[in-house]
Design a protein around this ligand. Sequence first.
Ligand code: BES
Ligand code: MN
Ligand code: ZN
Length: 491
Amino acid sequence: MQISFVAPGEISQGAWVVAAAEGAALLPAAVRADKAAGGALTRALKATPFKGKAGEFLDIVAPAGLKASRILLVGLGKPAALDEKGLETLGAKIAARLQAAGESTAVLEAEVPKGARIVAPQLAAYLALGARLASYGFDKYRTRNLEDFRKSLKTLRVAAAGPAAAKKAYAGLAALADGIFLARDLVNEPPNILYPAEFARRAKAALSRLGVKVEVLGEAEMKRQGLGALLGVGQGSTRESQLVVMQWNGAPKSSKAKPIAFVGKGVCFDSGGLSLKPGGAMMGMKGDMAGAAAVTGTLLALAARKAPVKAVGVIGLVENMPDGGAIRPDDVLTSLSGQTIEVLNTDAEGRLVLADAQTYTRRRFGQRAVIDLATLTGAIVQTLGFEHAGVFSNDDKLAERLGEAGRHTGERVWRLPLDPFYDKMLKSKIADMKNIGGPNSGAITAAQFLGRFVENDTAWAHLDIAGVAWQDGERKPAIPSWGTGWGVRLL
Ligand code: BES
Ligand code: MN
Ligand code: ZN
């Protein structure tokens, strides 16, 4: 979908989207539309219960006296309550509504209602972001009935009093949307297509043209360096494991600051390995690389908006498969850190991948803070369901900032404890630790395991995103695909 910003004016075709505040108070463009259509809106308001609540709609199809195919009146709700997240949701709902109506072009009048606390460029930009996010689709593998799947809306012109300022405010958000779309694409791709080397190729293709330095380490190099835990997970697969290192340096050249690091779990398919998952639980495990996808999307968003920061992304890409070469329950692996791990369940593989990715990142970059993202445990889904990711951290300030970012973006997180008591549950009979805890508190013991590979002078947060990385239930208008792209906006 093409989004542009224009000055308000007459509309010659497509849908004309105008707004009313709560109490059905028409904004100026709505008044103009009403006049142009001979009072059709005023009459319709009398004939319907439309009150102008946020997200309420009133459609006037083929209005007499106008070239527009429809006037779509949108409720904004209480002006003082309008915020960025709400506007984005509204923009997404509008786009979804226009799609459902089969419209291909529309003008969206972005006016600030009296009493609103948001400025005009921001209002226009967040409406546009919502519309853009709602335009996402993943239909590349459909060959039949394409018109049922392709989104009809091709051009959206956002009419704002200062179109140049709105366009500028949107530029950073468009970069964000690009990052989210990349993450969604990666999660939605089937695992026969998106295996580790293919993921690495796509990351490189998408990021290097934006100035991100992308390196890909294969198995020979990882073996040389000693990433025994990560390599162990991939050894039952015919696909080669990869470690991808992405560096974005938008900080001033003189800056001596250490980077912030993002580490992602990239299990391109998680069969469970020899501790095989039952069939039902295996479905959807193509998405077990969503942490890596979020890290890749974040790097893209940072680079596309030329963010003045130093950031690195490190993702461990593997496929967890059972075959004659696969790791066995009872095997002991030696991690890059030197710590040994007794693998008692090959399905607890994400922590093995992250352990080595963490050590590698720390040794190479000495980052000041690190955030890892992983679809790590079923236990976090049982605990928090689909509305919050779990966050574990050794740093209250970092945890609080993630909480705040979550409330702001809608990608919400909920903090769970780290504690030596849980750590004890990782004691192994023969090695430094085992890769599973007890039958309870599985998300926490998984986090404790990761904590053993983090140096305590580094601010660290672990996000368990198993419940939020994809969705099988009801979809929000701004998240119209299975893969949500969760994490990009939060980070
Ligand atoms: N990738 C899974 C976690 C998962 C489960 C993500 C459901 C999304 C939905 C992870 O590798 C896993 O299998 N974890 C095990 C750990 C257990 C064996 C200690 C789990 O949660 O059952
Ligand atoms: Mn697993
Ligand atoms: Zn997994």
